[in-house]
Design a protein around this ligand. Structure first.
Ligand code: SF4
Length: 337
């Protein structure tokens, strides 16, 4: 057993996190948890994982959900394309009659990229693979003082840890690295090097240069968009609509909104006629490449909304999956939701 793997696995035996999907790492449980963990922190996933498993205890049960039921189950987790892909992947596995257990077969599932395929291989099937995410990149970069960033760093980290894995259990080895990155070799602030099982092997620690790695990418430019958003009623019903079936938050519900600083102009762009508007406040929502600054208004329509809008009673509105970008409005409309 190599020094790195033996120190790491001994530490994992003592300090590894107890997570619900680790108790019974079936391929379905690993696929579900890894899909949920993409772009979402463990703390936020914990309670929702149990909830989704209660509604869909098996892959077969998940595949048999209706698309709206799947999206409703995912509500609040964001990045809804993950939910759709997971649902489609479950259906494909059902149709094929088996869960693939090789890299090519896994990559052929909707939404399964290199990371999730590797995590499934290692954790669910105990095959030699390394699932490289930001945690592993950071640990590797500091261990070796790597000057790489982006895909180059990912590739180097994968090869390095694959070699260090040796004949150890890939499942424990991968999860130990994930935990080390989350709990000790922290992404923000000072890493807890004194608690780190790899400190004797870590070049950045030796040089007291931990915070200089990984090398930073040039900052991305995120566009800011100003939206006027409306909580409107007509005949006692709420006015909503469904977003286009392509692009950001595709096919999900939203409160009527338009990109402008002027609420009157927004109503005209939306083809709506409303009485006096009351300001409700401001919220913002950040996507990967975009930030929405949202001014909220409330009012009554003076005439029925044109085709394309939905008029819903409160129960129907509650049943509709609403992206978290619009949760400010839902809280205003449905107190306690
Ligand atoms: S010694 Fe410090 S910098 Fe090096 S891997 Fe451990 S926590 Fe990260």
């Amino acid at each position: 057993m190599g020094t790195l793997s033996s120190s790491l696995l001994a530490w994992y035996g003592r300090m590894g996190r107890s997570l619900p999907w680790r108790d019974d790492p079936t391929p379905y449980h690993v696929l579900l948890s890894e899909t949920m963990l993409q772009q979402t922190r463990v703390g936020a996933v914990l309670s929702r994982y149990e909830e989704i498993l209660r509604a869909a205890p098996t892959l077969e049960a998940l595949a048999s959900l209706k698309e709206e039921e799947m999206l409703k189950l995912w509500e609040g987790l964001g990045y809804y394309s993950r939910a759709r892909n997971l649902w489609k992947a479950a259906q494909k596995i059902q149709e094929d009659g088996r869960f693939p257990d090789d890299y090519e077969g896994l990559k052929a599932l909707p939404g399964v990229g290199d990371y999730t395929a590797s995590a499934l291989l290692a954790i669910a099937f105990h095959k030699k693979a390394i699932a490289v995410d930001g945690n592993l990149e950071r640990v590797y970069s500091r261990l070796r003082m790597s000057m790489k960033e982006g895909p180059g760093l990912k590739k180097e980290a994968g090869s390095f840890f694959l070699e260090e894995l040796g004949e150890e259990d890939p499942s424990a080895f991968n999860q130990a690295l994930m935990d080390l990155g989350e709990l000790v070799c922290l992404p923000k602030g000072t890493p807890r090097c004194e608690e780190c099982p790899l400190k004797g092997l870590c070049l950045a620690h030796h040089e007291r240069a931990e915070l200089q790695f990984p090398k930073k990418k040039a900052p991305s430019t995120r566009k800011t968009v100003h939206l006027q958003v409306f909580l409107l009623s007509y005949g006692g019903k709420r006015v909503l609509r469904i977003r286009p079936d392509k692009g950001l938050l595709a096919s999900l519900a939203e409160f009527p909104n338009a990109e402008t600083d002027d609420p009157k102009e927004a109503l005209s762009l939306l083809g709506l006629r409303a009485g006096p508007l009351s300001p409700l406040g401001h919220s913002s929502h950040t996507f990967t490449h975009l930030r929405w600054e949202m001014d909220w208004h409330e009012g009554e329509l003076l005439s029925p909304p044109p085709e394309g809008y939905l008029l819903l009673d409160e129960e129907e509105e509650r049943a509709l999956p609403l992206p978290s970008a619009f949760s400010f409005g839902r809280k205003k409309r449905v107190p306690g939701d």
